[in-house]
Every structure is written in structure tokens, then in C-alpha cells.
Design a protein around this ligand. Structure first.
Ligand code: FAD
Ligand code: NA
Length: 382
């Protein structure tokens, strides 16, 4: 008999399981997929030796010292720091939009103040407060030239919706930096797990008190850890979709998903950088990942004459698709409130993680909120 059932083996579920096992509790983790780790899972592509993040590129970064100390129990990190470029109208630009981008784009050598006043003037076409949609708001924030080049169509491709039909609410500020800093993240700590994501994840689950059952769905009545047999019998931490738990009684929450097209190419280096964005309307994908560049320190382990790339396409998710990003419409928010009330009344079931709370969570946020749930609620009650 277990002291705790964890549904889902992403970073939220694994953090709870690891803490409970460490405290001497017996934990069962069930996972619907045939591997642990949730969306952070990765594999070494066998012909090239290159680590491929199966569910999209995962970059670890945090400013939370507690989380950083915790994750360093299981893995060390490389000194990788994330940078992204953008191919627009046949030319390559630096991202996030910064003084280099502005000077490339306007073919100029503006100082920070000159660039600031140029963008301010271009942004005067619309007013942020009265902007009626994403298109007007974007122009009000960064001006028409930069908005149309780097944001309008990129965002439209992410949402499969034209910029005029997207709500202004999806953006509060479009980042423009008036210096040459092109580091993507501003966090104190950043890096990639030295031995890969899967080694990290496996170390978290590697404890005699943890039993992992793969290919096991909480809603499958024929397995011993189903919702029907577990709830009320054993404390449950549930990290699957909250609407699914309640059989969609308050409506289906909407998500965007991604499709990935992976290709092995017979070239040493395809694009010279890990991530290239494609913000133009006539290119169907949003970006291309080239995985060998995430680990330059592994160069001797990588095929020298081949590379792995992944094109990323974005669309709305059906019930059978992987849910990746909450759409968060007004209907979604109303349904979520009802689900939260039902969740609060569910005896000894704790809803957590990205799917269980209908919130996009980076890895460090999922780990941080699991550590809080453990410390504040579970440690003294199970
Ligand atoms: P998940 O990782 O989604 O894990 C939930 C698990 O529950 C899954 O394994 C699922 O199979 C399982 N499950 C669901 N239902 C059931 C059921 N009925 N029975 C059994 N098991 C079930 N984070 C970063 O920090 N940096 C990044 O660059 C980054 N990039 C991302 C890119 C994409 C495309 C996505 C989707 C996420 C990205 N993330 C990134 C976030 C990260 O992948 C995790 O989503 C985050 O760590 C939250 O983890 P989680 O445990 O809440 O959820
Ligand atoms: Na303005």
C-alpha cells in the first residue's frame, strides 16, 4: 500500500514524489505515456547522437534560489545561455528586438536615445489605452514597422488568427531593448542539464520508495490505481487536465498545441544557431530548432556530417491532441472558476501543475509550486 498516489510524471509530479519518498513515504506514480518526465522528456537521436527534446525545445532558467538548489541535487548544468535570431524578408535579425535589431532594420547607427525617440514617434499612430485589438495595440507599443516585421504575423501564426481579430489582452508589453543585450532570459540561473533531461528526470524518480507505472491512465478502470479505486482511499496529487478529471462537466478548456516535423539533414550545420524564428506570413512554421547547438560541448559525440532540425507549427488543440498552451478565453476563465470550486471539494485530492491548474508553467515554476505544496500542505498531512 502506498502513502501517496501521484498522477503524472512531469516535473510537478516528480518533485512531489521525490520529496515524499525522501521523507520516508511510499509513493506510486502513474503515467499515461510510456516514459516519465512529461513534456521535458528528451532522447538521443540514434544515428546522430544528438539530444532531441521530443515535445519542443526546453530551456532551463530561474531566479529562484530554492528551486536552483533543489534541481542541482539531480543534475549539473552547462553554461548555455539562450539566444534567438529571426529571418524576416530574407534577412537575419537579432532577437529579442534590441538596438542591434533596430539598427539592422532601419540601416542606421542610432544611439539608445535616438532609437527610443524614433520608436516613440512611430508608436504614436495608435494609443495603447484605446487600441481595439492586438494589431492596434502592437503598433501603439512598438510602431508599425517593427510590429509588422517581427510580431504581427508571428503571433497570427501562433494563434491561427489574423492580428485584427486577436484580442489586445494577449499582449501587455512587446519587449524592445534599447541596448545590445540579446540574452533571451534575464534570470539569475540558466543552463541545460549536462547529461540531458532524461538523466535528470530519472535521478528524481530513482528512490526505493518510488514505484513508477508507465502506460497507466488514471481514468482506466481496469488498472488498480484508477480514479474510482484511489480517491478517498489514498491522498492523490493529480497533474492531468482538470476538466478531464470532472468529465468535462463545466465545459472543455481550450488549448493550443504544436506539431513538430523532425528531419535529419546531411549537413554539418544547418543554421548556425539553436533557434531561428520565421515571423513572415508566407512561411507556414513559426521556428526551426537545430538541437546540436544546445550542446556545443558535446561536439565530439555528435555526427560531424549530419544534423537534426525540427520545424514547429502551431494550432488549436482537439481533445486528443497534446494540450500545450492555455488559450484562456472568457469562457475558459468562467469554466476554470467552477472547476476550482469542485476541485476544492474533492476529498484529499491536490490539483497541480500545468494541466491541473490550466496555467502555462515553466519547469522552474512547476518545481517551485510543487515544493510549496509539499512544504505547506502535504508534508504534515500524509
Ligand atoms: P507536464 O510536463 O505536462 O506533465 C504532466 C504529465 O501528466 C504528463 O506526462 C502526462 O502524460 C501525465 N498525465 C496526464 N493525464 C494523465 C492521466 N489521466 N493518467 C496518467 N498520467 C497523466 N519550461 C521551461 O522551463 N522552459 C522551456 O523552454 C519550456 N518549453 C516548453 C515548450 C512546450 C511546447 C511546452 C508544452 C512546455 C514547455 N515548458 C518549458 C514547460 C514544461 O514542459 C512543463 O510543462 C512544466 O515543467 C510543467 O510540468 P508539469 O508536471 O506540470 O506538466
Ligand atoms: Na502609442
Amino acid at each position: 500500500m502506498s502513502d501517496l498516489l501521484v498522477v503524472g510524471s512531469g516535473f510537478f509530479g516528480l518533485t512531489i514524489a521525490e520529496r515524499a519518498a525522501h521523507a520516508g513515504k511510499k509513493v506510486t506514480v502513474i503515467e499515461r505515456r510510456s516514459h516519465i518526465g512529461g513534456n521535458a522528456y528528451s532522447e538521443i537521436e540514434p544515428t546522430t547522437g544528438i539530444e532531441v527534446h521530443q515535445y519542443g525545445a526546453h530551456l532551463f532558467h530561474t531566479s529562484n534560489k530554492t528551486v536552483w538548489d533543489y534541481v542541482n541535487r539531480f543534475t549539473t548544468f552547462t553554461n548555455y545561455s539562450h539566444r534567438v535570431y529571426s529571418t524576416h524578408a530574407g534577412r537575419v535579425f537579432a532577437l529579442p528586438v534590441n538596438l542591434h535589431t533596430i539598427n539592422q532594420f532601419f540601416d542606421a547607427a542610432y544611439t539608445p536615445d535616438e532609437a527610443r525617440s524614433l520608436i516613440k514617434e512611430q508608436a504614436g499612430e495608435y494609443d495603447v489605452d484605446s487600441a481595439r485589438n492586438f494589431y492596434e495595440k502592437g503598433i501603439a507599443l512598438v510602431g508599425r514597422p517593427l510590429f509588422e516585421a517581427f510580431f504581427a504575423h508571428y503571433t497570427a501564426k501562433q494563434w491561427q488568427t489574423s492580428p485584427e481579430k486577436l484580442s489586445g489582452d494577449i499582449v501587455s508589453r512587446l519587449p524592445v531593448r534599447y541596448n545590445y543585450d540579446n540574452r533571451y532570459f534575464n534570470d539569475t540561473y540558466e543552463g541545460l542539464p549536462t547529461d540531458g533531461y532524461t538523466a535528470w528526470i530519472e535521478r528524481m524518480a530513482d528512490h526505493p520508495n518510488i514505484e513508477v507505472r508507465l502506460d497507466t491512465d488514471f481514468f482506466d478502470l481496469t488498472q488498480p490505481w484508477s480514479k474510482e479505486s484511489a480517491v478517498g482511499q489514498v491522498p492523490v496529487v493529480y497533474t492531468g487536465p482538470v476538466d478531464r478529471y470532472f468529465d468535462y462537466s463545466e465545459g472543455e478548456l481550450s488549448w493550443r498545441t504544436l506539431d513538430f516535423e523532425q528531419e535529419i539533414l546531411p549537413v554539418r550545420d544547418f543554421q548556425g544557431t539553436p533557434v531561428m524564428n520565421y515571423p513572415d506570413a508566407d512561411v507556414p512554421y513559426t521556428r526551426i530548432h537545430e538541437f546540436k547547438h544546445f550542446h556545443p560541448e558535446r561536439a565530439t559525440a555528435h555526427a560531424s556530417d549530419q544534423t537534426v532540425i525540427m520545424r514547429e507549427f502551431s494550432r488549436f488543440a482537439d481533445r486528443d491532441d497534446e494540450p500545450y498552451y492555455p488559450v484562456n478565453t472568457a469562457d475558459d476563465r468562467a469554466a476554470l472558476l467552477s472547476y476550482r470550486q469542485r476541485a476544492a471539494n474533492e476529498p484529499n485530492v491536490y490539483f497541480g501543475g500545468r494541466l491541473g491548474t490550466y496555467k502555462y508553467l515553466d519547469m522552474h515554476m512547476a518545481i517551485g509550486s510543487a515544493l510549496s505544496l509539499w512544504r505547506n500542505e502535504l508534508a504534515d498531512s500524509i
